[in-house]
Design a protein around this ligand. Structure first.
Ligand SMILES: C[S@@+](CC[C@H](N)C(=O)[O-])C[C@H]1O[C@@H](n2cnc3c(N)ncnc32)[C@H](O)[C@@H]1O
Length: 654
């Protein structure tokens, strides 16, 4: 894992580089929001910019950059657009149910009664996700809820979004995602919608926070970060996942969106429910970026001081001192036999092999221990504790006898398996014993010479035995080497097919992520279109009402003389019926004697002049006929409007 500082620049291909103009747009966005979007997925960002350009009717990126420079409100609009705040209550309901059946039981299994449950929801958008989690947790706790302390932190990049989330007011349409039982229990009906009730709002703390650069929360039991990383490049994802590992308590849970995974961080998280993207933290040192660690430690120190116990825990201190002084040489290793902790003087048993540095126990023990340890581990994994006495180990050109014991460590949160391996030099007691006998016997019997020759014999026998063992050992080593080579080549084959599979898998994952993000973008565009549609039909019905209540004959025509719209009064005067819409007005035989309509209309279109004629209908009633150009909102001429004013009635009134 490459650890990055906040200002470090990652590999070029991960950034959106090709376009200097684009980089200038990122600069403007960074100045406005302090968020660096150059580590987000290029496709999404470009599509959002194109959308803004379309709305502003700008077709060149450079021109859009100039527009952004002159209009700060457009920078804000682009920032909000890029964030894609699509969200909803209980998004993927099965996954939320899995929190109740899988995640919360795992969290509660290792929680003390008085310890608060701490949850963080980064990228919370307008709050639907965090309130859904709070509801699920309260339902899970049931009667225990009033006596359980709950702290939920929800963060996002934009102050505006966070204020909406904090208010917790949602339109009536949310009822489609929430059962009526939940609506009744957790919401309050307000004008035009529902508000999440105060009790839940009080347990959630909303804050502005940039996941990519601000320090995380800590000592968490659950992090729910859904549909946020799909917008980020691999570089950013690789920075964030170790951070989550760091922020979680041992055995803490990570809840991701349906198309997100922990990627290459299998050593940090194990799936608890793969389908619903629920992972649990593995217990190991977090590879967290240093800048975060520094800030986190400062924060921790303050807290430790504030909560420091008044009385010293002498028993604990004593135990630690004794352990340091008297513990036998031993190590703790994980499932892959990597050493995670040393105790006592392990030097006499370890002798790292030349080559790449590693903490793998089998590559670190002295010659002679490898095979025995490997076999013993297989046994320990299968059957539990294993002890092995009298293992011959090479040292300084000779051999010594070593005993060891492997004990599995139980009840480790997070499901990872660890083993304690204790070493002991077997011949130490053998050497010490004759020495003791000798010093006791010497003054009384004076038989030192006879004992010496007996010792010499014993030595000889042992030496022969040792030689035989050495040969036997050598043959085992040889045997193992050939097996090893065969295994290695088989392993390499498996590894290469594995890599191929993995790369196919990753390609599929990326395609899926892209699809999901495009889908979310489409949802926002769709929402906007729906809003505009509603506006349009409102304007349309206003216009229809206006036209029917105006007691004046009015006809609207296109540039091609075709009738677009007319008022009910025009039906009578111009002899029109509803199906005349779309027909050229010159095909209609009006009830008034008009001048050459085609000519008059064409003249207005060409010269933009307003023309007025006096016309009479068949009953000799006089009208003033006005033909004026039809201007669109963007000042284009798109036909004419003909209005007929009843002169006789007006005159009579005057
Ligand atoms: C598509 S929404 C997902 C909302 C919610 N998590 C869900 O799944 O329903 C993505 C959210 O992530 C937020 N976001 C994007 N980058 C972020 C960052 N660096 N730090 C915090 N939030 C971020 C966006 O503002 C947006 O609200």
């Amino acid at each position: 894992v490459k650890v990055l500082g906040p200002d470090e620049r990652p590999e070029a291909e991960e950034r959106i580089t090709p376009d200097a103009t684009l980089n200038k747009i990122f600069f403007l966005l960074r100045n406005f929001s302090r968020v660096d979007f150059s580590f987000y997925k290029p496709g999404t960002i470009k599509r959002r910019i194109t959308r803004r350009m379309f709305l502003r009717k700008i077709d060149k990126l450079e021109a859009y950059l100039q527009y952004l420079r002159r209009h700060r409100d457009e920078v804000e609009a682009l920032f909000n657009d890029v964030l894609i705040n699509v969200t909803s209550f209980f998004r993927e309901p099965d996954s939320f149910e899995a929190l109740k059946t899988v995640a919360f039981p795992a969290i509660m299994a290792q929680k003390g009664a008085d310890v608060p449950i701490r949850i963080w929801v980064p990228g919370c958008s307008t709050g639907e996700e965090v309130y859904s989690i709070a509801i699920i947790l309260l339902e899970f706790l049931g009667e225990k809820a009033p006596n359980t302390q709950i702290q939920i932190f929800a963060t996002d990049l934009s102050e505006g979004i966070i204020s909406k989330a904090r208010a917790g007011i949602y339109p009536e349409s949310v009822a489609m995602d929430i059962s009526s039982e939940r609506l009744r229990r957790f919401f309050l009906k307000v004008e035009n919608g529902y508000q999440i009730n105060k009790h839940i709002r009080d347990i959630v703390v909303f804050e502005k926070q940039d996941l990519a650069k601000d320090p995380p929360f800590s000592k968490l039991d659950l992090i729910s970060c859904r549909n946020v990383m799909i917008y980020m490049s691999q570089v950013l994802q690789k920075r964030i996942l170790p951070l989550f590992h760091y922020a979680l308590n041992p055995g803490g849970i990570l809840f991701l969106g349906s198309s997100e995974t922990v990627g290459g961080f299998g050593e940090l998280f194990v799936p608890l429910d793969k389908k619903n993207r629920i992972y649990t933290k593995k217990t190991m040192q977090s590879p967290v970026p240093l800048d975060f660690v520094a800030r986190f430690h400062a924060d921790q120190e303050i807290r430790v001081n504030a909560e420091a116990p008044k009385t010293l825990d002498l028993q604990k201190i004593g135990e630690q001192m004794l352990l340091y002084r008297y513990s036998p040489p031993s190590v703790i290793v994980n499932d892959r036999l990597e050493i995670v902790q040393f105790f006592g003087q392990t030097g006499p048993f370890l002798d790292p092999l030349p080559g790449d540095a590693t903490l793998n126990l089998l590559r670190m023990v002295k010659t002679g221990l490898h095979l025995e340890l490997r076999v013993a581990f297989q046994k320990a994994k299968r059957d539990g504790a294993v002890r092995k006495d009298g293992v011959l180990v090479q040292e300084d050109g000779g051999l010594k006898t070593v005993n060891f014991e492997i004990s599995p460590i139980k009840n480790i949160p997070g499901g990872e398996r660890y083993y304690l391996v204790v070493f002991e030099e077997a011949n130490r007691s053998i050497i010490e014993e004759p020495k003791k006998n000798k010093t006791q016997a010497a003054p009384a019997t004076k038989t030192g010479k006879r004992e010496m020759s007996q010792l010499e014999l014993e030595n000889k026998r042992l030496k022969e035995e040792l030689d035989a063992s050495r040969e036997y050992l050598q043959s085992i080593i040889e045997e193992q080497r050939t097996t090893n080579e065969e295994l290695r080549s088989a392993n390499e084959e498996i590894q290469s097919s594995n890599e191929e599979l993995q790369s196919i898998n990753e390609e599929l994952e990326t395609a899926k992520e892209e699809l999901q993000s495009t889908n979310e973008e489409l949802t926002t565009v769709n929402e906007e279109l729906q809003n505009r549609n509603e506006e349009l039909s409102k304007v349309n019905s206003d216009l229809s009402n206006l036209l029917s209540s105006v007691n004046i004959p009015i006809i609207m025509l296109g540039n091609d003389f075709r009738i677009r719209r007319f008022t009910p009064m025009a039906e009578k005067v111009m002899n029109l019926i509803p199906s005349d819409v779309g027909r050229p007005v010159t095909d209609v035989k009006p009830n008034v004697k008009t001048p050459d309509l085609r000519k008059a209309i064409q003249r207005t279109i060409d010269s933009l002049e307003i023309q007025e004629f006096r016309v009479e209908d068949n009953d000799k009633k006089s009208y003033s006929m006005r033909i004026r150009p039809y201007r669109t909102l963007d000042n284009k001429i798109d036909g004419v409007v003909i209005v007929l004013l009843d002169i006789d009635t007006r005159r009579a009134k005057a």
